[in-house]
Write a new protein. Structure first.
Length: 325
């Protein structure tokens, strides 16, 4: 695939529609020249320009009739380039300025995660090497201190951060600017849809996904993982923090009321917890010409949550070693 390092400005009529990449991101990474129509590349600073409608094939419900009661809420965000499933289901939690301020308090996040946020954050951070000096991509911003902590722990790395929502990017940049040790100095922010990344193939040594997958519909989740694997280098690593698989022993799984209440708040969680994440990553890696050579899993809260670190190798190398043995 051909790539280009040319800067593209918002007024350029030749550009498509949904991913806004910062100037720093354009300078340090090659971008896909023939990206999908939903992969617009524009400068981030000083403010993100509203993007056109991105990939929305993963919509999970029919649109309400024009003039219905919720038109003034989720539709407003959808018209700004937010995927329909995100605008419809989660506008109140991730896109509204008031909710972004409210949920981005440590006490609130820890309560939502049943007192396990800091355990999860520490567990994920233990998988990061302070001496690592490669390229790292965090797919979507997250509430709390995880991103500043990651930037502080790996000061030598080239950290790239993306989200489809401007409000989330700006919130994370504010946290990075006040982080101890000015950890934000080398961070490259970009507005993109995780399903259609504008980065070139094999751009990153490590990709980090912290509590995103369960918030995506099944098809959108598959596309996001395909994209994550596409931009990951053949010898790279993929770090995921997420809910654990649905079991029969944990109290949060056994009590139907608790299970149903959580899945009512997280409409795509039910199917996600029934999937085998490790096998899904193996299949995704295989389609990208890679093989998973090592899987580190750390259960949190009795397996209700988990941190999983995948090490990759080119599939051809793995097959060659297997043939020699």
């Amino acid at each position: 695939m051909q790539t280009s390092t040319q800067k593209v400005h918002p007024e350029d009529p030749s550009v498509g529609s949904s991913a806004d990449v910062s100037a720093t991101g354009v300078e340090t990474l090659q971008l896909r020249e023939a990206a999908q129509p939903s992969a617009q590349v524009i400068e981030l600073e000083p403010l993100l320009a509203p993007a056109a409608k991105p990939h929305t094939a993963a919509s999970t419900a029919a649109s309400p009739a024009e003039g219905s009661a919720d038109n003034a809420t989720w539709r407003k965000f959808h018209k700004q380039g937010i995927p329909e499933y995100l605008a419809r289901r989660y506008w109140w939690a991730y896109l509204w300025n008031v909710s972004v301020w409210f949920f981005d308090h440590a006490f609130i996040i820890n309560t939502i995660l049943f007192g396990n946020y800091f355990k999860l954050m520490r567990a994920a951070l233990t998988r990061l090497d302070p001496e690592f000096d490669g390229r790292v991509l965090q797919i979507t911003c997250v509430y709390g201190a995880f991103t500043p902590s990651m930037a502080e722990k790996m000061p030598k790395c080239e950290l790239h951060l993306l989200d489809v929502a401007d409000v989330q990017i700006q919130s994370t940049l504010r946290k990075l600017r006040v982080a101890k040790g000015a950890a934000a100095a080398g961070v490259n922010p970009a507005r993109m849809n995780a399903e259609t990344l504008a980065y070139a193939d094999n751009s990153f040594d490590k990709v980090v996904i912290f509590f995103l997958l369960h918030e995506l519909p099944h098809d959108a989740r598959a596309r996001a993982l395909d994209e994550a694997m596409r931009v990951l280098r053949p010898n790279g690593k993929l770090l995921i923090a997420e809910y654990g698989e649905l079991g029969t022993t944990h109290v949060m799984h056994r009590i139907k009321f608790l299970r149903n209440t959580l899945e009512a708040m997280e409409p795509f969680l039910g199917r996600f917890r029934k999937e085998n994440l490790v096998e899904k990553i193996r299949d995704t890696a295989s389609r990208a010409g890679m093989a998973v050579t090592d899987v580190f899993q750390l259960p949190v809260f009795g397996g209700f949550y988990r941190v999983v670190d995948f090490a990759m190798k080119p599939a051809a190398d793995v097959q060659s070693r297997a043939g020699k043995s």
